[in-house]
Design a protein around this ligand. Structure first.
Ligand SMILES: *Cc1c(COP(=O)(O)O)cnc(C)c1O
Length: 397
């Protein structure tokens, strides 16, 4: 498409044409039989994507921040101890939200580009009785990926509820909510789920629902209160009409379409695709001698990359040059180092074609600003890495 720009930021992302078409269908009543089926099916498909056959799904109009708010509002009572394990910007947001509901929040912060050690987490859990801990699967500000499983194990050992901010990971990074025993996994539509912004998506374990049901005080947030939403989710799943707040009909139709695309690809294959592309992309970045924000590639997410600008290059000028090549990237987000790095989203429908376009635009922009690189280097490294990991003639794709 002439003049079309490739949106390669960490959300919103490029959406599948089928999803956008689904979104544009005539809006039906929220109690039309066809819509009830779409809503019910979306709730069921979420369990497949989250790998949580026993979880309670919620689909509510709002953003990822509402999903975080909902987890905190329903599980926190005044004076509860909460532990935030932070690897960037979104850890601080969770602390602010938890504090708002009266939690006594402790934040364990990783140095930039690193993760909080398991020892530090266990020491903290040993020090006082915590009710919940939160962790950010992929912190979108730093591109850091954590391994949630050993932290979920610690949470179980110390009888603490675990809440995973999966806004930048669900449907892009490996996730096995039930097997890992995570109590809440939340996300938003516009990231790896692949639906335009506007839906908060959350899966709660039966344990979390039990803690919620045994609250002594009312939920301090009317819109987020599970007492209002749980009967709605249960009704739609049983294919019955129900009403609390008007569902975002068009977004939910788009969500069902995207979840079907995700489940047709299959979770294992989808995660593998994200891993292969991320690895190849970072080989391209390394070939340009650019440095990524995570200290080791082992800690680098597969849904986005955070890359430092090279010395002597003005970040805004670089991104403007990249935009001239019709590729949109994101700037930095973490306070203090915001202007020293940029971010590239590679999640959802992302393909090798998209990432070739990013590397091409990046090389052109660096050359235009007089940065000494050998042209084609990143594309060659990208190609070599892909050829090493992906068979040349895959049966599908
Ligand atoms: C994007 C993001 C959020 C916030 O989601 P919004 O939809 O912008 O409210 C929270 N956590 C993480 C890890 C994110 O990437």
């Amino acid at each position: 498409m002439k003049g079309r720009k490739l949106l390669m930021i960490p959300g919103p992302i490029e959406f599948e044409p089928e999803v956008l078409q689904a979104m544009g269908q005539a809006t039906t009543s929220h109690i039309a039989p066809k819509f009830i089926e779409v809503f019910g099916n979306s709730l069921e498909l979420m369990r497949e994507v989250w790998q949580s056959p026993s979880g309670q799904p919620f689909i509510v109009a709002g953003t990822g921040t509402l999903a975080m708010d909902m987890a905190a509002a329903n599980l926190i009572e005044h004076g509860d101890n909460a532990l935030v394990i932070s690897s960037g910007y979104f850890g601080h947001r969770f602390k602010d939200i938890l504090d708002r509901y009266g939690a006594n929040t402790t934040i364990l912060e990783a140095p930039i580009g690193e993760v909080v050690s398991l020892d530090a987490i266990e020491n903290e859990l040993r020090s006082k009785p915590y009710k919940v801990l939160t962790l950010t699967h992929v912190d979108t500000s730093t591109g850091i990926l954590i391994d949630p499983k050993p932290i979920a194990d610690l949470a179980k050992k110390y009888h603490v509820l675990s809440i995973l901010d999966g806004v930048c990971s669900v449907a892009g990074e490996e996730l096995k909510q039930d097997e890992w025993g995570i109590d809440v996994v939340l996300t938003a539509s516009q990231k790896a789920i692949g639906v335009p912004p506007g839906l908060a998506l959350l899966m709660a374990s039966q344990k979390a629902m039990g803690v919620f049901k045994n609250r002594k005080t009312p939920v301090g947030n009317y819109y987020a209160d599970w007492n209002n939403w749980l009967p709605i989710m249960q009704a739609y799943e049983e294919r019955r009409p129900s009403y609390f707040g008007t569902p975002a009909v068009n977004l939910i139709v788009a969500l069902e379409t995207s979840l079907k695309i995700i489940c047709t690809e299959g979770m294992d294959k989808r995660i593998q695709r994200h891993q292969n592309l991320a690895k190849a992309f970072r080989a391209g970045i390394a070939a340009l001698k650019l440095r990524i924000l995570p200290k080791t590639t082992h800690l680098a997410a597969h849904t986005l990359s955070a890359v430092y600008y090279p010395k002597g290059i003005d970040g805004a000028a670089l991104r403007a040059k990249i935009t001239e090549k019709n590729v949109i990237l994101a700037g930095g987000l973490l306070a203090g180092i915001k202007s020293s790095y940029f971010r590239i989203g590679h999640m959802g429908s992302v393909s090798s074609n998209d990432l070739m376009a990013v590397l091409h635009a990046l090389e052109c922009a660096l050359l235009a600003l007089g940065h000494p690189i050998a042209s084609g280097k990143s594309l060659q490294a990208f190609q070599n890495e892909l050829l090493n990991t992906v068979p040349l003639n895959p049966v599908t794709n």
